[in-house]
Design a binder for this molecule. Structure first.
Ligand code: SAJ
Length: 455
């Protein structure tokens, strides 16, 4: 079977390589000559665990081109960005991809749209573009097959997650389902195209609203003097409660975007829009916490650790770090950034020691695992403040090194270190400090760290 994949990004390329390593001849097509050249020179254009090895195994059956070729199956995995001004989906690339396929389309070919789109796009926009081939929808097959792969775990999730396959008609659904069974080990759920489009948006909107609730709990916890991280851990002991993690905001090209694809044609999505507003306001909230940490500090300098939109990825699309840095610089803060995963960013990226040298507050924005291992004794700052918006750092080491530690969602102003050994050790918010008189202090350990009481 010959497959032509249009769009060799975070979803299109792994999908193309999975088909190529499962016996299909695949032509990968991307309008970016740099992507095509990189692949034809044996190099993948972005990091994703396992993708390099997969590429080696796929080389015999995979070639990259800038234009599509005739094939049995055409798969569209192009970006569907959001117009930031109007909050309306931009389907230009989808329309163009369908237009590139039309001249090559024959009866009984299958066209699959993987890109995330507003409900109705497959029938209303893609089918008519393809019918310019002279072949009618139904004579060629057409389906919407949204992906569910978590960046950072893409390959595993593409194979093992269940999949929703939505056909233009029954024949399209069944044919597309058989196509994905070539490499999908998860369950295949068959439906129609519009339902599949709607389901994809529901999944990401559900996550965005859930994160907004966690962010609102974090702000409430600060008002009530509660540690939201301890509270969430306890609430989630309930068999039917699963509260997500608060953070500095929601980034990525999916969760921050997809809910708008549902609201663009509706006036009834109050909660969905409000959740987007809450999440998009979190960078402002982080700056509010920093102001409280640095009252009156002149020419304050902030060191941002982690500019990617989430931990252990190199992707900065819609990253909350971008808005945070803009807000902080507008307020006169000097901001320097360190991120071991990201190669190019809107702002200069510095080595850790240069980014932190002379800073008045270190702020953790991306939950990269490697940040946990930073030794506070090895960095030279001007004022020893740490704001952790992800609850990942090893607080004991930072407090004992004399840092004032603030955790987003922790409920009280931080005790400055140096007011006696006990308060120095409990230089965390009192809500995390030991009950006096304490002989041993047990601080909540970040997830995955051994619990340990110490004097
Ligand atoms: N985030 C939080 N708190 C959380 C979880 C995430 O603040 O508890 C933040 C992250 O830091 C990040 C943003 O939300 O900035 C999105 O991260 P994510 O891991 O939730 O989502 P994505 O965009 O990496 O991947 C999502 C996934 N969708 C769902 O989990 C429902 C993935 O399965 C989708 O395939 C992907 O979107 C997509 O491509 O649609």
């Amino acid at each position: 079977m010959k497959i032509c994949v249009l769009g060799l990004g975070y979803i299109g390329l792994p999908t193309a390589l999975l088909f190529a390593t499962h016996g299909c001849d695949v032509v990968g097509c991307d309008v970016k000559q740099s992507v095509v050249d990189s692949l034809n020179n044996g190099k993948i254009p972005f990091d994703e665990p396992g993708l390099s090895d997969l590429f080696i195994g796929a080389r015999r059956r995979f070639t990259a081109k800038t234009v599509p070729e005739p094939a049995d199956v055409f798969l569209i995995a192009v970006p569907t960005p959001l117009d930031p001004a109007t909050k309306v989906s931009d389907l230009t690339y989808v329309r163009k991809a369908a237009g590139m396929i039309a001249p090559l389309l024959e009866r009984d070919d299958l066209v699959v749209l993987e890109s995330t789109v507003p409900p109705g796009t497959t029938e209303r926009l893609v089918a008519p573009q393809l019918e310019k081939s002279g072949v009618r929808a139904g004579e060629f097959m057409l389906a919407h097959c949204p992906e569910r792969a978590l960046p950072g775990r893409t390959l595993h999730e593409m194979v093992y997650n269940s999949r929703v396959i939505g056909g233009y008609d029954r024949r399209s659904t069944e044919y597309a389902a058989d196509l994905y069974r070539i490499f999908v080990r998860g369950e295949i759920h068959e439906t129609d195209a519009k339902t599949a489009e709607f389901v994809k948006l529901m999944e990401n909107t559900y996550r965005d609203v859930s994160i907004a609730l966690a962010n609102e709990f974090a702000q409430l916890s600060e008002e009530c003097g509660v540690n939201v991280w301890s509270a969430i851990a306890l609430a989630n002991k309930h068999p039917r409660v699963s509260i997500l993690n608060p953070g500095p905001g929601v980034g990525g090209h999916c969760i921050a975007i997809d809910p708008w694809f549902l609201t663009e044609n509706s006036t009834r999505c109050k909660m969905i829009s409000m959740a987007r507003e809450i999440n998009d306001s979190m960078p402002n909230y982080v700056l509010h916490l920093i102001r409280r940490l640095l009252p009156g500090v002149k020419d304050a300098s902030i060191a941002v650790l982690g500019v990617a939109y989430k931990g252990n990825v190199d992707d900065t699309r819609e990253s909350p770090a971008i808005k945070f840095i803009q807000l902080a610089e507008n307020e006169g803060y000097d901001v320097r950034c360190y991120d071991p995963y990201v190669k190019d960013f809107l702002y200069p990226l510095l080595p850790l020691d240069e980014a932190t040298a002379g800073s008045d507050c270190i702020v953790v924005l991306a939950d990269h695992d490697c940040l946990r291992r930073i030794d506070p004794a090895a960095i030279r700052v001007r004022t020893k403040n740490l704001l952790d918006t992800r609850h990942i750092m090893d607080y004991r080491r930072w407090v004992l090194e004399g840092f004032t530690v603030r955790i987003l969602g922790d409920g009280s102003p931080t005790l400055p270190p140096g007011e006696g050994i006990e308060s120095r050790e409990s230089g965390l918010s009192p809500s995390l400090s030991p009950p006096a008189p304490a002989v041993s202090i047990s601080l909540p350990r970040p997830p995955g760290q051994e619990r340990e009481d110490f004097l």
